[in-house]
Design a protein around this ligand. Structure first.
Ligand code: CLR
Length: 264
């Protein structure tokens, strides 16, 4: 009886040790992903908070609305590519991402970078008046009128609104962004198993901080949002296809190379 009891005590100790080292691992992983997110977030949360009252004037809005379709597309493609560049930098700094082979890194960025940009948009979004930080001030949907893709813009704004309602912390956004990027279900992966292992560790990290924040109930909601992100990006690609057909010259020679490389 005694030896059985000793065995149980030993097992329990071992279990606690494992749990402890797992928590240290998860803590370190989270801390490093949060750090990468902070370093590459383009605008700091406090900075955005301070700019909230800077809105475009009626004249400025009219100036955007009277741009031609291809002029406004080009303008937005440049802004979008800026934002994508920060996401690429974020990805490159995630410890697990660097361990993947180059082709898989590119495949993940091709499908995930736009999703993370849209996820990050919720940080730059003011729900009180449904405006987003764009070109140095806060802009409503009407600014994007001349893009001629109102349905995409509405869907993107709705998504930002819904994301804000979850009131995620910067740490939760960081881990969620990493999970959106490192997704073993993406097409064209060469070493899917490796991606899956990295994905699992990020998932564990996210679970860990949600547990710590007593917000485990967020997990299913975040998975729902991932599906919405995927459909938004499909819509973005559809619109881009439509645009390139109509304005092949702009799409071919005036869009930023990175934008073309990732989305065309
Ligand atoms: C995302 C978070 C970044 C800053 C940033 C820069 C450009 C913004 C982007 C955010 C959100 C989406 C955005 C974009 C410019 C144009 C684009 C508002 C806030 C809209 C959705 C139009 C897309 C047009 C394409 C079809 C060309 O830190």
């Amino acid at each position: 009886y005694r030896s059985k009891r000793d065995q149980n005590v030993q097992d329990a100790e071992l279990y606690l040790k494992c749990l402890q080292s797992f928590c240290i691992f998860a803590d370190e992983l989270c801390a490093s992903i949060v750090h990468c997110h902070r370093e590459t977030s383009q605008y700091r949360a406090e900075e955005l908070q301070a700019l909230k009252l800077k809105l475009f004037s009626r004249e400025e809005i009219q100036a955007y609305q009277s741009k031609s379709v291809d002029e406004m597309w080009q303008h937005c493609a440049v802004r979008l590519t800026d934002a994508v560049q920060y996401v690429v930098e974020f990805a490159k700094r995630i410890p697990g991402f660097r361990m993947l082979n180059q082709n898989d890194q590119i495949a993940l960025l091709k499908t995930g970078s736009m999703e993370v940009v849209l996820l990050r948009m919720s940080r730059s979004f003011n729900t009180e008046n449904s405006t987003v930080f764009f070109d140095g001030k806060f802009a409503g949907v009407e600014i994007f009128k001349s893009l001629a893709c109102g349905d995409l813009i509405m869907a993107v704004f709705d998504f930002a609104h819904d994301m804000c309602a979850l009131k995620l912390s910067e740490q939760q956004i960081a881990l969620f962004s990493a999970l959106v990027l490192i997704n073993a279900d993406r097409p064209c992966l060469e070493e899917r198993g490796k991606v899956q292992r990295v994905q699992r560790s990020v998932e564990l990290g996210l679970t860990h901080i949600l547990h710590r924040d007593h917000q485990e109930n967020l997990m299913p909601k975040l998975y729902q949002r991932m599906a919405v992100l995927r459909s938004l990006c499909r819509l973005h690609l559809e619109k881009l296809g439509w645009f390139s057909q109509r304005y092949p010259l702009t799409a071919h020679s005036l869009f930023p190379p990175l934008y073309k490389e990732l989305f065309a």
